[in-house]
Design a protein around this ligand. Structure first.
Ligand SMILES: C[S@@+](CC[C@H](N)C(=O)[O-])C[C@H]1O[C@@H](n2cnc3c(N)ncnc32)[C@H](O)[C@@H]1O
Length: 438
């Protein structure tokens, strides 16, 4: 049957899926600072059900942004640099970050999206806005479903985000934009008008009565309400905000949306969070945030980025297939310590507990095995130490992160011991584990 004829059945099947979401309890694993925001690792449908049922979050989120897989039929991976052998050799291994290939085709993709949109509607405040970020592959179908779920009358904008990077073809115009669908839940939604420069024709002054004009190096302009076509560069190779996550979006894109759709202190959520761009932008703009991603390596990327951003958040794990990391850690007397309380915590081994679950190809697996034999600490990506472990939740005061350029992570940390010490370690694949060192 033609897809067009199947659309209403897809919506009905998505409603069915939404009404029967598995109940999963998301467990707190690590608290950074006061833990006020949430970084969740797990399937977003289960996580949203958890938020609504266990955290009483229905109608509590002011702005939801999602950048889901686009139905591109591709697998996305990133290169991780590793040193081995003579220590000068730094090969890269290709790690799968997430898959956007759908063996059951577009219907399965649309059901995945729609069941989640229904759940998002439940979490959105009555005056809230939702933004769905897609491209030419599926945005036309998503718009039909958004009309059906949120109501045609609640369509707010179709924003075109135009960029320069990516390939081109001689057989068509270069595809250089994504589509962001903005919908409200009611007609009384919150929206802050943003302004932008509009250059005068010929960059010359108009001198109209009552119109304020400005001038910069390009010429004369007025300030107008922002339009729905945005030219914003992709995150550059050398940009400070680059995390290495394959489909990372620019923070300035998210900042614009957040400033328009929320006020300071409002709660924003991104349920396909990737490298944490929305959370990072929300944090900088003084908003609270919720992040979720099913990929342990995406979540680890976001976690490191948000720690560097000085964010407070709680890390929660759902029923995700999160591999464990096997590691060895010990507490040593600090060499020059004059006080009994100053100790060194040292990591001496770090490897995925189960190599068969590591998302790399055969050739890369051989490199990993060799590295484990040589010096497994090269697989260490992140670790944190809580020197006053309360017996319940790992609440670290100190962190170490892998220096990507040097392909290494410091393996020793000084700490002022106040009680038991807990250590959480993650390897470069996002597998992690916690241990208490007595
Ligand atoms: C396009 S990326 C998001 C990129 C992100 N906006 C950024 O700036 O880094 C899509 C993300 O959705 C995640 N994802 C896919 N299916 C998911 C699901 N069911 N639950 C949670 N996350 C999911 C993938 O792991 C991937 O990281």
């Amino acid at each position: 049957m033609e897809l067009l004829e199947r659309l209403s059945s897809i919506l009905a099947e998505s409603r069915e899926e939404y009404s029967k979401v598995k109940k999963v309890s998301f467990k707190e694993q690590e608290r950074i600072g006061n833990g006020s925001n949430i970084l969740a690792v797990g399937d977003n449908l289960e996580f949203m059900r958890f938020l609504a049922d266990e955290r009483d979050m229905s109608e509590k989120i002011q702005f939801i942004y999602i950048d889901p897989p686009f139905f591109s039929k591709l697998n996305y991976g990133s290169d991780i640099k590793l040193k081995y052998g003579d220590k000068k050799t730094i090969p890269a291994i290709k790690q799968l970050s997430y898959s956007d290939s759908w063996k059951d085709g577009i219907e399965a993709y649309l059901r995945m999206l729609c069941s989640r949109l229904l759940m998002m509607k439940e979490l959105l405040t009555d005056d809230g806005l939702i933004c769905v970020h897609l491209d030419w592959h599926a945005s036309h179908y998503a718009r039909i479903f958004m009309d059906a779920i949120f109501g045609e009358k609640n369509f707010v904008n179709e924003i075109v985000w135009q960029y320069k990077s990516g390939g081109s073809s001689k057989k068509r115009f270069s595809r250089k934009h994504d589509t962001l669908l903005l919908y409200s839940k009611s007609k009384d939604y919150k929206f802050n008008t943003l302004k932008e420069k509009s250059y005068n024709r010929g960059y010359k002054p108009y001198r109209f009565k009552g119109v304020k004009e400005y001038r910069d190096e390009a010429g004369w302009y007025t300030m107008v309400n922002m339009k729905d076509v945005w030219q914003i560069d992709m995150v550059g190779r050398t940009s400070a905000e680059r995390t290495g996550y394959v489909t990372q979006k620019p923070e300035s894109l998210l900042t614009r949306l957040i400033m328009a759709c929320t006020d300071e202190g409002d709660l924003c959520a991104d349920f396909f969070g990737g490298s944490g761009t929305m959370a990072a932008a929300a944090q900088k703009a003084g908003r609270s945030w919720i992040y979720c991603d099913i990929g342990v390596s995406a979540a680890l990327n976001a976690q490191k980025r948000l720690i560097l951003n000085e964010s407070d958040f709680t890390i929660m794990f759902g029923d995700v297939d999160n591999g464990k990391c096997a590691f060895a850690a010990e507490v040593e007397e600090h060499v020059s310590s004059t006080s009994d309380n100053i100790v060194d915590v040292r990591i001496s081994d770090c490897r995925p507990e189960n190599l068969s679950s590591v998302p790399v190809g055969e050739a890369d697996m051989a490199k990993i095995k060799r590295i484990i034999k040589d010096n497994s600490l090269q697989l260490l990506d992140y670790w944190s130490v809580d020197c006053n472990y309360d017996g319940i939740l790992h609440t670290p005061q100190s962190f170490r992160m892998r220096d990507k350029a040097k392909a290494q992570c410091e393996e020793k940390m000084l700490c002022k011991k106040k009680g038991d010490i807990s250590v959480r370690v993650a390897d470069i694949f996002g597998n992690s584990a916690i241990k208490v060192l007595k």
